[in-house]
Design a protein around this ligand. Structure first.
Ligand code: GDD
Ligand code: MG
Length: 200
């Protein structure tokens, strides 16, 4: 039995359809004891996305971005947010989109990317599934300035730090973006041999 057999959608109302789509759906869900219960849930649909960690195993460095994020700002982040390069798929494949997004945001042109996992980042309210990638880079792969699309309001800095420094930035609360913490921890576990104690 698939979970779809336990869900009966009764009504869908679009609450907002401006940049992305917010819906309120009323449905019945069959509980584990077999009884049906009516619920309604709001879902915010902005499509799916992709993100990537560029790493240089020889120099033990990673590439991050820094940009203003209004939703984080209104919730207490009085600083630019440090993140791995990321973008919405806009109907492209995750591989194709993340290569283009990496070049737009950081100026690095990457040929080979490796998909490592995927995750629903906020499954109680946001429909988005995020595809996570890693790729090696060398300093010479940077063929442009990056920065994102100014006309769309993007004003993105690129930063290169060692994996040890990036982990220390998580510990100090300077990196507080979920996807970025996930990829840096993946890197510490799987991409860089021995990682020195972030606090030492
Ligand atoms: N006008 C307008 N523009 C918007 C709005 N929301 C986003 N934008 C613009 O839409 C563009 C989206 O840029 P992307 O680089 O494709 O996406 P992203 O915002 O970086 O999203 C990535 O990171 C998110 C946060 O972790 C992820 O949720 C997402 O999947 C993706 O990976 C940006 O120029 C942004 O300013 C809006 O409500 N109004
Ligand atoms: Mg982006």
């Amino acid at each position: 039995m698939s979970v779809a057999d336990r869900v009966r959608v009764e009504a869908v109302k679009v609450l907002s359809e401006d940049w992305y789509v917010l819906k309120k759906t009323t449905f019945s869900y069959q509980r584990q004891d077999g009884s049906w219960q009516r619920q309604s849930r709001e879902t915010y649909d902005r499509g799916n996305g992709a993100t990537i960690l560029l790493y240089d195993p020889g120099r033990r460095t990673v590439i991050l971005t820094r940009q203003f994020r209004y939703p984080a700002f209104v919730n207490g982040c009085d600083d630019l947010l440090i993140e791995t390069p990321a973008g919405l798929l806009d109907n492209a494949s995750p591989e194709e989109r993340i290569k283009a997004e990496t070049e737009e945001e950081t100026g690095f042109r990457i040929q080979q990317v490796r998909r490592v996992f995927e995750a629903y980042m906020s499954p109680g309210s946001v429909t988005e599934k995020l595809f996570f990638f890693v790729a090696t880079y060398r300093p010479g792969d940077r063929i442009g300035e990056g920065g994102g699309h100014e006309a769309e309001g993007e004003d993105i800095d690129m930063l290169e730090v060692t994996i040890d420094e990036a982990l220390a930035m998580i510990a100090r609360g300077e990196i507080r973006d979920g996807k970025t913490i996930m990829l840096l921890q993946y890197a510490a576990l799987h991409l860089f041999g021995e990682v020195r104690n972030a606090r030492s």
